[in-house]
Design a protein around this ligand. Structure first.
Ligand code: NDP
Ligand SMILES: Nc1nc2c(ncn2[C@@H]2O[C@H](COP(=O)(O)O)[C@@H](O)[C@H]2O)c(=O)[nH]1
Length: 328
């Protein structure tokens, strides 16, 4: 490992190629993921302050990928039924505890097959996740199973071999994550290099999860092998976001907290997440639109017409110097 070059998003710049389109609007940002095609290779994090049923429905209706979080267990079955009744994709999360096996049984018995099921566990390279992948694949073979999170090529291969249709990469790079400081482990500080290593080993799609701080980081994730990019903090604090609104000195903020924080867990046990306040950002669609436009621009700099062109561009390592003291 110590001979492997490591870098993070801000250490990399992609090198432009000659443009072949007349307008950025010609660039196609759509991605096929599983059986469906989505407008962007981006999915909001399956966290309680990022997504709720209303946002999920909005995203599905507008051809964006979504993953509903797993923290309101009883709501999941009616949510799948509601989405199916509207002809929308159903995409839920599960854990690995005993009750989750009963939930999978319940869905299988009712013939309710979610289009996507994400196994959402901090340390995904584990027998508990492998067993859950196998169980879902046996009971609901038509569901597309995303398993995570992992940070190594070995973990990607093992979860794929167990039957996962995609793996999610990122241990500790998240904005509200404290895993890196509490445990000393993870991909924090070298998440983009970890995505690259995992993608090289993967035979199926990977999702880069955590550490996205700018829209350019989405293009970089695709360059280094991600099919999809999971985004938390950039989607937090919108008008529609479920996080609580807080006023400080006349300014509006919204809460964004970790799924392993005491605010999510309701107790201070095995805490690996924190809560932050982010300035209120306006409408979610405005951010999605800007993301799409920025990605179209990335594609034009790549010298292509679609996401595929991003995967081949050259890059340089400019250690931590992109910002040069500036911010957006
Ligand atoms: N991407 C990331 O970097 C991280 C994400 N998270 C998020 O936090 C949420 C909670 O995650 P998680 O705590 O896994 O979920 P759960 O609290 O649902 O734990 C799932 C099961 O795994 C066990 N478990 C959890 N961590 C470990 C570990 N390190 N070693 C052995 N067993 C373990 C738990 O037992 P027990 O609690 O008794 O150990 C429990 O039985 C998830 O949404 C996850 O995505 C959390 C940390 C890092
Ligand atoms: N270590 C922890 N990671 C967490 C926690 N809750 C969520 N997450 C991960 O963060 C990303 C989002 O990252 P961001 O940089 O885009 O904000 C999310 O998808 C999870 O993988 C947590 O409590 N601890």
């Amino acid at each position: 490992m110590n001979n492997t070059p490591v870098f993070d998003y801000e250490d990399i710049q992609l090198v432009p190629n000659k443009c072949i389109i007349k307008s950025r609007s010609e660039a196609d940002t759509s991605v096929k993921f599983g059986k469906h095609t989505f407008r962007l290779p981006v999915v909001p994090a399956n966290m309680q302050t990022i997504i709720d049923e209303e946002i999920a429905e909005y995203l599905a209706k507008n051809d964006y990928f979504y993953i509903m979080h797993r923290f309101d267990e009883e709501a999941r079955r009616p949510f799948i039924e509601k989405m199916k009744a509207q002809g929308l994709i159903s995409s839920i999360s599960v854990g690995v505890k005993d009750n989750e096996y009963r939930f999978i049984d319940e869905l299988a018995e009712a013939g309710l097959v979610p289009d996507y099921i994400t196994i959402d566990i901090a340390h995904g390279h584990s027998d508990s996740v492998i067993n859950m992948i196998k169980y879902i694949k046996e009971k609901l073979p038509e569901s597309f199973v995303i398993a995570g999170n992992v940070g190594t090529p070995e973990a990607v291969r093992e979860l794929e071999n167990a039957g996962a249709d995609a793996t999610k990469v990122g241990i500790g790079p998240g904005k509200v994550c404290i895993t890196k400081v509490k445990t000393g482990f993870g991909t924090g500080g070298w998440q983009l290099a970890a995505v690259r290593l995992c993608a090289k080993a993967a035979r199926k799609p990977i999702i880069a999860d955590g550490g996205i701080r700018t829209h350019g980081d989405i293009a970089k994730s695709v360059r280094f092998g991600a099919s999809m990019v999971m985004v938390g903090s950039l989607f937090a604090a919108h008008e529609e976001s479920p996080g609580k609104t807080v006023e400080v000195d006349g300014q509006l903020f919204k809460e964004y907290y970790g799924s392993a924080s005491e605010y999510q867990k309701g107790e201070h046990k095995n805490v690996e997440g924190k809560k932050i306040l982010l300035p209120h950002k306006g409408n979610l669609q405005d951010t999605l639109t800007e993301m799409e436009q920025d990605l179209q621009s990335s594609i034009s700099y790549a010298g292509g017409k679609d996401l595929e062109s991003l995967t081949k561009v050259d890059y340089v390592i400019v250690k931590n110097s992109i910002w040069n003291g500036d911010s957006i």
